[in-house]
Design a protein around this ligand. Structure first.
Ligand SMILES: *[C@@H]1O[C@H](CO)[C@@H](O)[C@H](O)[C@H]1NC(C)=O
Ligand SMILES: *[C@@H]1O[C@H](CO)[C@@H](O)[C@H](O)[C@H]1NC(C)=O
Length: 380
């Protein structure tokens, strides 16, 4: 009698639990691969890009584009990791905003079931074009990164026992981020000592050619299963400390030739996002375009509103604007890092990354995240 009364609530509880589980399975319409999901509706986060988001993939490569030495990572919980900034990158902050409790690991150190939660394929110096960044050494171009993702998809399919529909369903709920193009300008088009693209292409023709390649690469990600994609425009790199230090010896002027060329690329990328979202070319795809160029201007013009006092110098570096040579091993960085927009000649500080990621995630303005923000994309 006693036993019966005490077990009845248990049975009831387990019945309710079963009903809830069934309902949530139906609502999600994907079978679980049996791995703890990131959070809510986004089970995984896959990242493609360059040094703005690389978190260690270049550590084992023969290249000058490496940041696995101090003081890089001076404000990161795990210290130096290969991230090209003092603390968290833009995608580290995005991962936290998406509800992930740990950072997305570099693909160079991620295999097996862990891939289901996402991986970071980004590589410092990488570009849309394969030769971009060769002046610095080895790297994984966007083509290489997409190939590596293809390998990862093959590996992940094991955990769905060959059920390709279940795998597709799973990947369709993941967020994909791609930030490409900066190096195609910095470490290609505008590096005329090393590359001849500037003599071969007008700025408009170069932007069109890059977009044609990028179009193909993004379609490949779609074919592998990506449905929720965030693509980011190129930032205002004519105004980074590296360019300020170089440009006609005038350390307070942005290089408007570079900014003009980038604007052509960015407006084309935004149009590409419109085309992908039209439903005609890539059914079911949802793209978000991040206008980092616009958010960069906002951060510089409204610096004090965001807590920045120095917007034209790297916190760590050598020469004019701390921008002539990048932050060197064991160099002493600036003390007041919170006031700096740039960590080194090229890369934003953690604080700038936090502001930019929050804008991309929650901004109601279509000026920064278009046509919806990342939070809205995650909830679709
Ligand atoms: C540098 O640029 C600023 C802003 O355009 C201008 O006011 C200044 O005269 C320039 N200085 C030199 C040395 O050219
Ligand atoms: C600077 O901030 C003001 C007020 O929030 C805003 O209206 C303006 O658009 C911002 N500037 C830029 C360049 O975004």
């Amino acid at each position: 009698m006693n036993m019966r009364t005490s077990s009845e609530p248990l049975i009831l509880a387990s019945m309710i639990l079963t009903i809830c589980l069934c309902m949530s399975t139906t609502a999600n319409a994907c079978s679980s691969p049996g791995y703890p999901p990131g959070s809510g509706s986004v089970p995984g986060f896959f990242i493609f890009g360059d040094s703005l988001v690389d978190n260690g993939n270049n550590n084992g490569l023969l290249t000058l584009a490496r940041a696995n030495y101090r003081p890089y990572g001076v404000d990161f919980p795990q210290g130096t990791t290969g991230r090209f900034t003092n603390g968290r990158t833009f995608v580290d902050v995005l991962a936290q905003l998406l509800g992930f409790r740990t950072f997305i690991p570099p693909y160079s150190r991620t295999r097996g079931r862990a891939l289901l939660r996402g991986a970071n394929f980004a590589s410092g110096a990488a570009g849309i074009r394969d030769e971009t960044g060769n002046n610095l050494g080895a790297h994984l171009s966007m083509n290489n990164q997409v190939e590596n993702f293809g390998r990862a998809v093959e590996e992940m399919s094991r955990f769905f026992r060959g059920d390709t529909e279940a795998l597709s369903c799973y990947l369709s709920k993941c967020i994909f981020y791609s930030g490409m193009g900066s190096n195609d300008y910095l470490n290609n088009y505008f590096m005329t000592d090393f590359y001849n693209t500037k003599s071969q292409f007008t700025p408009q023709a170069y932007a069109s050619s890059l977009l044609q390649d990028y179009d193909r690469q993004l379609r490949q990600l779609y074919q592998f299963g990506a449905r929720k994609l965030v693509v980011t425009g190129v930032g205002q790199i004519g105004c980074i400390p590296y360019e300020l230090a170089r440009y006609q010896g005038n350390s307070s002027r942005c290089n408007e030739e570079i900014n003009g060329a980038i604007t052509l690329f960015n407006s084309g990328l935004r149009k590409l996002v419109d085309r992908f979202n039209s439903g005609r070319v890539l059914p079911g795809a949802k793209f978000v375009y991040l206008d980092t160029y616009k958010s960069n201007i906002d951060l510089i013009e409204n610096a004090s509103n965001y807590g920045f006092t120095v917007v034209d110098k790297g916190c760590c570096g050598v020469g004019r604007n701390n921008g002539q040579i990048t932050c060197l091993p064991l160099q002493q960085p600036c003390q007041d890092r919170r006031g700096y927009l740039f960590w080194d000649a090229f890369h934003p500080t953690e604080d700038a990354n936090i502001v930019l990621a929050k804008m991309a995630f929650t901004s109601p303005s279509r000026a920064y995240a278009y046509p919806i923000n990342i939070q809205q994309l995650a909830m679709l």
